[in-house]
Design a binder for this molecule. Sequence first.
Ligand code: SAM
Length: 200
Amino acid sequence: MRTFIVVGHKATTSPNFSLEDIPGTSGRLDILCRCINGAFVLSHGIRHDAQIYLILLGGEKPKILWLRGEDIKHLNPDERTTAALLKKALALEAGPEWTQSTPGIFVRSGGLPEMVESIKALGSNLKYLREDGTDIRGAALPDGSSFILGDHVGMAPEEESLLKETGAEIISLGLVSLHADHCIVIINNELDRREKKSVT
Ligand SMILES: C[S@@+](CC[C@H](N)C(=O)[O-])C[C@H]1O[C@@H](n2cnc3c(N)ncnc32)[C@H](O)[C@@H]1O
């Protein structure tokens, strides 16, 4: 299982955004929709061995969305359909436990500290993606690694401190700053090559 985590600093926790103008009304949920696409969508299928957590900080109370490739349904490559799935999940009451919205999509309350606690409890190896980290090509990526990325505003200093406390290794995909969804595609490709994957 490969795990991606993206922090959406402005991403809305409310379902009241417009599917006609996702970037303008949702605090850039469109970025997170593209990250979902990068995590799961293949030419002819879905990666069932991937999952993504989206930390939404653009509301009064933060929320986390969890999309699990094992059992996700109704996922299409277009952002609008994905945003509609997220809208449904955000309309549910979010407490400290996961609530399922549609197959493979869950919501709970919480932010980065809660996310980091869950990752630690799972014993997952956390990798923080940053331009000046250790080159991914020489890095050990044990099975079950989790990769955490920022959104268009990067990662705040206090978030970096939290990640540092957890002992997350800083991994780079090169010195050029890329979009988060592109980073996810590159990581998936790197893992595919290491696993010598050839079929879906
Ligand atoms: C659009 S970038 C953030 C740019 C933001 N303006 C900043 O200065 O941090 C989104 C995220 O992708 C990841 N990222 C982008 N380029 C990367 C690279 N070359 N290597 C590793 N991670 C990268 C980082 O996690 C970053 O927070």
